[in-house]
Design a protein around this ligand. Structure first.
Ligand code: SF4
Ligand code: SF4
Length: 73
């Protein structure tokens, strides 16, 4: 059986990356995410990594290049 550590490293390697310096907190990505993995807290975008299914939708709608999805393209 897969250990917790193995699962964690797999998730990290395939996880969406958020570049906060580029994010203008427009909310477009939170609106399209089917997994509710992106949430706006005031002026900060939070990614709930455990929920992200790496579908790539959020990266497609982000106009500032703040999101990078390693899979789902
Ligand atoms: S890659 Fe898909 S599941 Fe993950 S945050 Fe973006 S829209 Fe949501
Ligand atoms: S779509 Fe891009 S700029 Fe808009 S909130 Fe999401 S990451 Fe930030």
């Amino acid at each position: 059986m897969e250990s917790v550590e193995e699962k964690r490293s797999f998730t990290e390697a395939n996880s969406l990356k958020v570049d906060r310096a580029r994010c203008i907190v427009c909310g477009a990505c939170t609106a399209v995410c089917p997994a509710e993995a992106l949430v706006l807290f005031g002026l900060k975008l939070e990614l709930i990594k455990e929920k992200c299914i790496s579908c790539g939708l959020s990266e497609k709608v982000c106009t500032t290049g703040a999101l990078t999805c390693p899979v789902g393209k």
